[in-house]
Design a protein around this ligand. Structure first.
Ligand code: PRX
Length: 636
């Protein structure tokens, strides 16, 4: 196994020592680095599985992100996909945030109200988030690739009274008409009283009596809005994410604990300095964008690049051009993006000056060692540590990662190294025993941590059953992992039915219910199969109703339904029509068998798969399915 002995020369052993002595006291010392209006009286109230951090403390996220920072420092170098550019200082952000916060108040928004935000990657998205945080409204950001139906489901679930959107945004040179999508989503939702519309693309749109232009609202409201002194436990945001069952779940995060975890990890992982130019390519619609675009950099007073569009538009040199032009020092992206860049060869990045880089990061899915090495050699020119950061929407911030801001350790391509200080991870077998080194098991978290979700919005029962029912008082991550003999964690993908497409979570149940909503389809089962670029792509097995003839037209209709119900990211790569789905005697779909079939694996590999079925049962289901597929399959 190759190991890379590189870091940034930091050697702080005290932090880990303190964390291992008393994790609560340790997190208190991290919380003290933020600005509190009032200190807490109880650092942690733990009534499993409900945790409350820094109880009694009063804090405000926007105050910490803006008011306490240097006003003239550049917060954002923004670049539109169409090469429009804008420089935004901390003072300018604060000005807009206060105006919008007052604007929200003037529209009747109060502490605890939910606000849905559906915007492209523009500075106004960060302004919207912080304006909500300033007055204690709970933001729920929806990725701008989601469909009207997805937005509607989320607005209904969160009961948002107001939506902030834009006329449109640019993606691959085209305008994505966001306002039209919102109009459809809320057409019969009377409880949504207003829509604030930022003009990004300036194409013609229809304004209704509920709609207010962003500029008009900001102009008529004052730029002084004192931050609300909020309880540490006050909800900061809801972020919807896919699970194995039903509709997406609203992951709820608090204020004080979340900010503590995000700011500490931002410092430890990125070794942030005043002179750094940081760039995280994640969209704010996903958790990485919440924690490491919207909150982390601002809480630490960093300067960052924010980019609106597709990473390979107009060509695959876009990222390298940004790094060269803004002299980016820290670059945080996904394995999917790296695999795509790698495919275009070394010549393109080699023709740019990437010498400003000093630290590289990866997030969202396992990074294959070849890609890690390419990143290290070609992008980092063998002088930048790579941090492979493992975490989840639910954990709020990084849980496993090398931390060059703290320590210098040997790096192993494909491993995230160790748990961050103050976090207690273990790998368990089915019965809850810790597995020996080098043995695959389920990754769990044994103690509460400050960034943890507080519950699922409106559904404590589901919160308990999804995360806390497999093992007693222990958080179940849903991931397989091993720990090697040196204590390095290796993440091996999901142990449940959650798909990871280009690092984005797609729930199997949600997708299957969309597929069967076509009136000619009676049953559907989806699985993910390995893909060289996206990590995984979706394959759907469908049973059509009696007498239905399979045609390209039917396939087109099915794809349209998925696009409409969820969004283009969830469309299957291939559809296989079969007359019957393989099921165990207890009626469970043999999803792993489907996966094996779609990946062209042999039955020998399949028989070891864990669907709770007998080998002979799997063998006959396999043979039968293969016969059927030969007669019906076609790819999209
Ligand atoms: O399976 C793990 C994978 O992404 C899941 C969490 O997805 P999400 O909530 O969308 O958050 C993604 C951004 C943090 C995890 O359960 N995952 C995330 N990071 C890594 C990873 N798998 C391997 N290596 C990683 N670095």
């Amino acid at each position: 196994m190759d190991s890379y002995l590189i870091g940034l020369g930091n050697n702080d052993t005290k932090t880990r020592q303190e964390a291992s002595q008393d994790f609560v006291k340790f997190w208190e010392s991290q919380a003290k680095k933020l600005d509190w209006f009032e200190s807490w009286n109880t650092p942690l109230e733990w009534n499993p599985p409900f945790a409350k951090w820094f109880v009694g403390g009063k804090i405000n996220a926007s105050y910490n992100a803006l008011d306490v920072q240097k006003p003239d420092k550049i917060a954002i170098f923004w670049e539109g996909e169409n090469e429009e550019r804008q420089i935004v200082t901390y003072a300018q952000l604060l000005d807009s945030v206060q105006r919008l916060a007052n604007g929200l108040k003037s529209l009747g928004v109060k502490k605890g109200d939910r606000i849905t935000i559906y915007l492209p990657m523009v500075p106004e998205l960060i302004v919207s988030i912080l304006a909500c945080a300033r007055i204690g409204a709970i933001h729920t950001v929806i990725f701008s690739g989601f469909s009207a139906q997805s937005i509607k489901d989320r607005i209904v679930d969160s009961q948002s009274k107001l939506v902030i959107t834009a006329d449109g945004g640019y993606r691959r040179g085209k305008i994505v008409k966001l306002k039209d999508v919102v109009d459809t989503a809320i057409s019969d939702l009377d409880f949504v009283s207003n829509v604030i519309v930022f003009q990004r693309t300036n194409h013609p749109i229809t304004m209704t009596s509920k709609d207010i232009f962003w500029n008009v609202l900001l102009e008529k409201n004052s730029n002084i809005c004192p931050p609300e002194k909020l309880e540490s436990t006050h909800p900061l945001y809801i972020l919807y994410t896919s699970g194995t069952t039903g509709k997406p779940k609203g992951v709820l995060h608090d204020t004080g604990g979340y900010l503590t975890h995000v700011s500490a990890t931002f410092r430890w992982a990125f070794d942030i300095k005043d002179s750094d130019v940081y760039f995280c390519t994640a969209d704010i619609g996903w958790v990485t964008g919440h924690s490491y675009v919207a909150y982390g950099p601002l809480l630490c007073g960093a300067t960052q690049v924010m980019y609106e569009g597709a990473p390979d538009y107009p060509n695959s040199a876009r990222m390298w051009d940004l790094i060269q032009r803004y002299k980016i020092t820290i670059f945080y992206t996904t394995p999917t993006a790296l695999r795509m860049f790698m495919k275009f060869g070394d010549e393109i990045p080699n023709s740019f000056d990437l010498s400003s880089l000093r630290l590289l990061g990866s997030v969202g899915e396992p990074i294959n060692p070849e890609v890690w090495k390419w990143y290290y050699n070609i992008i980092g020119k063998t002088k930048c540590p790579i941090i492979d950061t493992w975490w989840q929407t639910e954990t709020g911030a990084m849980m496993i990662s090398p931390l060059p801001g703290l320590e210098t350790i040997p790096l192993k391509p494909g491993s995230g190294a160790h748990a961050i200080p103050g976090v207690d991870l273990a790998i368990l077998d089915e019965s809850g025993d810790t597995v020996p080194a080098e043995t695959k098991g389920y990754l769990v978290i044994r103690k509460p941590w400050p960034g943890m979700l507080t519950t699922l919005w409106g559904d404590d029962a589901k919160y308990k059953s999804v995360y806390w029912s497999k093992y007693k008082d222990t958080y179940y991550t849903g991931d397989y992992a091993i720990c090697d003999k040196d204590g390095y964690f290796w993440l091996l993908g999901r142990a449940d039915d959650v798909l990871k497409i280009a690092g984005h979570r797609i729930g199997t149940a949600e997708l299957e219910s969309s597929l069967v909503s076509h009136n000619l389809i009676s049953e559907a089962a989806v699985c993910g199969i390995p893909d060289q670029i996206k990590g995984e792509v979706i394959i759907a097995f469908l049973v059509a109703k009696e007498g239905v003839s399979i045609s390209d037209e039917l396939r087109g209709q099915i794809m349209d339904i998925v696009r409409k119900d969820i969004g283009a990211i969830a469309t299957p790569q291939s559809l296989y029509f079969v007359s019957k789905l393989p099921k165990t005697r207890s009626g469970k779909i043999m999803r792993r068998l489907l996966k094996a079939i779609a990946s062209n694996e042999k039955i020998g590999d399949v028989s070891t798969l864990e669907d709770g079925a007998a080998v002979s049962e799997i063998q006959s289901a396999f043979d039968e399915l293969q016969k059927q597929i030969r007669s019906y399959s076609f790819s999209s």
